[in-house]
Each structure stands twice: as C-alpha cells, then as structure tokens.
Design a protein around this ligand. Structure first.
Ligand SMILES: Nc1nc2c(ncn2[C@@H]2O[C@H](COP(=O)(O)OP(=O)(O)OP(=O)(O)O)[C@@H](O)[C@H]2O)c(=O)[nH]1
Ligand SMILES: [Mg+2]
Length: 324
C-alpha cells in the first residue's frame, strides 16, 4: 500500500468510528505534520461542533485527576469526550502516558472517551500545532467535549489558550502559587478558577483570587467564579462542572463564532509563520555562515554579531523586494 492508500483506508475506518484508526491518524499528524493536509482534506465539511475546554496549572496541581473526574461526569451525562494531556516532563520519565492512564483508569476504557498524552519538549512542529490538529481529528470524530490539559508555561504552551473556549486555571494550597501564576501571566486568563486539594486547605488562595478579581473590570459582565475541589474524593466536582457549563452558555450567548474565528486565525498565522521560517532557514541561512559569525564574534572579543546578521537580513529583504 502506498502512503496515500494507508491514509485513505484509515480515513474510511475513522468515519466508521474506529478508535484504532483515530489513534493511527493522531500519530501521523503528530510525527509527520507534512501529511496533515492529506488527512484534513477529507474533513473539509466538518462542523467544528465540539466544545473545547482547557485545564491549566503548575505541575502536580491535579490536572489529570480533575480531568478524569470531570470527564467521568460528562460520560455519565452521555457525552463523548476527547482528552489531550500535554506533559512537560515525559521525555525524561517516559511515563506521561502510563501515569495519566493510571490517574484516569476509571474512564480510559469507556467506549465514549479517547485520550492522548503528548510530550511538550522536543516536539516536532510545535506543541500547539499538534494540539490543534488532534483537536480537529476529535471534532471530525464527533466528540461532544474536548479537554486539553497543559502546564501552561512557555510560549508554545501558552498558545494553547488560543485554541480553547473555556480556560480553567487550577491552583493548590501553599504559599506563592497565585504570585507565581501572576508572574507567568497565567492568572489573568482564567474563565474559572479552581483551587484543588481543598482537603489540604485552600481558603486563603480562594480569597486571594477573589481579591484579584475585585480589582478587575469585566466588560462582558461575566465574572470568573472560584471553586474549591478535592479531585480524589470528588468534592466540588459537580460545582466545577456547573461553572464550566455556565461559562459555555455565556460564550454561546456572546457568539461562539468569535472564539472559533480566533482559533482558526491563530492557526492560519502559525502555519504561515512556520512555513516562512522554514523557507528562510532553507534559502538564506547557511549553517556554515552562522558558525562563522559565531567564530568571528568570539575571536574579535567584541561579540559584535549584529553587523553580520544585518548582511543576512539585507539579503532576505533584497530578495523579497525583487519579487514584489
Ligand atoms: N490531597 C490531594 N491530592 C490530590 C488531589 N488531586 C490530585 N491529587 C494528587 O496530586 C498528585 C498529582 O496529580 P495529577 O493529577 O497527576 O496532577 P497534574 O497536574 O496532572 O500533574 P502533571 O501533569 O505532572 O503536571 C497525584 O498524586 C494525585 O493523586 C486532591 O484534591 N487532594
Ligand atoms: Mg497530568
């Protein structure tokens, strides 16, 4: 079978709701991004009806456990759920997939759920690109809900927020978490704040967030709620889920189309930037030339790399002007 035949056959199985085909297609878009367009041309008419939720917070706050708990409730309500867990540590431990499976044991065998773990480091083609493409596959598969779990540090991960409709920021009891997240710029982006591990305290964090929200003006009239949960015992999960549905209603009232547009605009820009970067790197940036710049900069002791870089910029600008 040629590559094309493989994709065609996977697509036809995918359309018959075959989860193994879904898994294979995810692996292809993950590892061979150049094949994505071959796959997505089969889904040009999909409606993008899935509701996409992002769960974010520092490592270990309980994102996976919470994802498992809320996904279980959604499954109980008869919904289909696609999960993407972005794990920053897995290239070292190699255990993201198994770890998340263990934390989501109750749900991962359910016929209406599908989960995928991605390692965010050393990722081919950028993590947000992979997350976007997997989201599209889940949408084409007909998932009602998509949950994306990410640590939310670093630009690439931060970009994931452009791909979701509701952002749940998760914090835990303990000194400094709110300040840490404020520094990382994460705190402002929440549509819902969840203080998890309430069995270990957390009232003080909830108060800090409420105070922060008191200082914020909400144009749309929606003020993000603050919820306390214990993801292990399940306490507060119903409330968290209700907050998610309330925010969804708010988004839909305002017009979810805007959120969808933003998602695609972001994706299109990212694709263009990636292509332009590749084009420039391949045509104008010669590895030997870069090595020489470094060598000369180090040798003359002044670290004046700017004049050499300008030569490359001038070359690129000249070429663009020539063609325009
Ligand atoms: N006490 C307590 N422990 C919890 C709670 N929720 C999760 N945990 C524990 O916290 C640890 C981390 O939970 P995970 O769900 O893996 O957290 P995570 O945010 O997904 O972690 P990373 O993906 O590694 O960033 C696990 O040992 C969980 O059992 C909770 O509400 N209370
Ligand atoms: Mg996790």
């Amino acid at each position: 079978m040629t590559n094309n035949d493989v994709i065609e056959s996977l697509i036809s199985r995918f359309k018959k709701n075959d989860k193994i085909a879904l898994a294979r297609l995810i692996t292809i878009v993950e590892n061979e991004p150049e094949k994505a367009s071959k796959i997505f041309k089969h889904f040009e008419n999909i409606k993008h009806d899935s509701y996409i939720i992002g769960l974010t917070g520092s490592p270990g706050v309980g994102k996976s456990t919470l994802t498992g708990a809320i996904a279980q409730k959604m499954l109980d309500e008869g919904k289909t759920v696609g999960i993407i867990s972005v794990d920053p540590t897995s290239p070292f431990s190699g255990g993201a997939f198994l770890g998340d499976r263990v934390r989501m044991t109750n749900i991962c065998l359910h016929p209406n759920v599908f989960m995928r773990s991605l390692a965010s480091r050393g990722y081919k083609g950028g993590i947000s690109r992979a997350v976007f493409d997997i989201t599209m596959l889940y949408e084409a598969f007909g998932m009602d809900i998509i949950i994306i779990e990410t640590v939310g540090v670093g630009q690439a991960e931060f970009d994931v927020y452009n791909l979701v409709y509701t952002v749940v920021v998760i914090l835990v009891p303990g000194y400094g978490d709110v300040i840490q997240m404020q520094k990382a710029g994460i705190i402002e982006i929440g549509d819902i704040y969840d203080v998890n591990k309430k069995d270990l305290g957390g009232e003080d964090i909830a108060v800090q967030i409420e105070m922060m929200l008191d200082d914020t003006i909400f144009q749309s009239g929606y003020r993000p709620p603050v919820v306390l949960t214990d993801a292990i015992s399940g306490e507060g999960i119903d409330e968290l889920l209700q907050c998610i549905w309330d925010h969804k209603e708010h988004v839909e009232l305002l017009g979810i189309k805007e959120k969808k547009k933003n998602r695609f605009k972001y994706k299109i820009k990212e694709l263009i930037f990636t292509k332009v970067e590749k084009l420039i790197m391949e045509n104008f940036v010669d590895e030997n030339e870069v090595n020489n710049i470094v060598k000369n900069a180090l040798e003359d002791g002044k670290f004046n790399i700017y004049s050499s870089i300008h030569k490359i910029f001038d070359k690129i600008t000249l070429e663009i002007k020539k063609n325009s």
